[in-house]
Ligand binder design. Structure first.
Ligand code: PMP
Length: 284
């Protein structure tokens, strides 16, 4: 039986009981994090904890265990015998259970915290071949910087992409490309790497942040600047980033083939540097 973390305890999953008055259930009033386990370490756990605390702060949810996320995650890996395989941790914290009302519970109630681990097989073939993605109007709210569990615009957009045989839906807001339904996106235009700057219209991806660092270290010119949809014809290469897909090349976007449908050179350099960083961390 899978062991999960629930409100301070490690329990068999079938013993978890969540109130129907939980504000996560009623209002999607909660936040989440997803961290990757690389057979021996969590990639940039401190970055995830910083983002977790920021999301909680922005929603004014007082969960006192943020600094214990690393030990909770490690315990989940151990208890589920995932030490020696690629795995992921999902953590969700909601404002807690209280009679339904738009105002926050007063006095405050105890937040509900749930985390679980699962082993997964990275989709290396897509990192090799690249993916085709859809373009669609960004129908999300204006606080995409908060890692909120309110993901309906993301899920319906991703579903549309999937049903069209595409691997991600990339959003366009006011003519500018923001990010994907569950990834950030980078473009290479005339040798310079572009990605949307941190703002309320994108999630500050942990992978995004590390790829920007890696690109800078590699001497690649970087501009945190949004790319206009109508500049796609000048795009030589593109790739998406997230915790599970790492760096995955994009070979077609909104029906436009990039680089004759093969992952580009800058993308390959960045993939290699990222892989080398993981190998080096594994060796420690
Ligand atoms: N943007 C969105 C909307 C996402 O859901 C994700 C994945 N959580 C990302 C970007 C990438 O974030 P990360 O690199 O931290 O996985």
């Amino acid at each position: 039986m899978e062991t999960v973390f629930f409100n301070g305890k490690f329990l068999p999953k079938n013993e978890i009981c969540i109130s129907p008055d939980d504000r996560g259930f009623l209002f999607a009033d909660g936040i989440y994090e997803v961290v990757r386990w690389y057979e021996g370490f969590f990639y940039d756990m401190s970055g995830h904890i910083t983002r977790l605390k920021r999301s909680l702060r922005e929603l004014r949810i007082n969960w006192p265990d943020s600094d214990s996320f690393s030990s909770i995650a490690l315990e989940l890996i151990k208890r589920n015998n995932l030490d020696n395989q690629p795995a992921m941790i999902y953590l969700q914290v909601t404002r807690g259970a209280s009679k339904r009302s738009h105002s926050f519970p007063s006095p405050e109630v105890t937040p509900t915290a749930y985390a679980y681990a699962w082993g997964f097989t990275p989709e290396k073939s897509l990192q090799e071949s690249g993916i085709k993605v859809m373009l669609k109007e960004d129908i999300r709210w204006s606080r995409c910087d908060i890692k909120s569990v309110a993901l309906l615009p993301n899920t319906i957009s991703f579903q549309e992409a999937s049903e069209n045989g595409l691997k991600e839906c990339i959003f366009v807001r006011n003519g500018f490309i923001t990010e994907g339904s569950h990834s950030n996106i980078f473009f290479v235009i005339e040798g310079t790497l572009f990605t949307h700057p941190e703002s309320n219209h994108v999630l500050s991806g942990i992978t995004r942040k590390n790829i920007l660092r890696i690109a800078n270290e590699a001497g690649i010119k970087v501009r945190e600047e949004a790319v206009q949809e109508n500049r796609i014809r000048f795009v030589k290469e593109a790739f998406i980033t997230n915790t599970s897909a790492e760096v995955t090349p994009v070979i077609e976007i909104g029906g436009n083939t990039l680089n004759d449908g093969v992952p580009g050179q800058v993308t390959r350099i960045i993939q290699d540097k990222f892989d080398n960083e993981i190998k080096a961390l594994k060796g420690k």
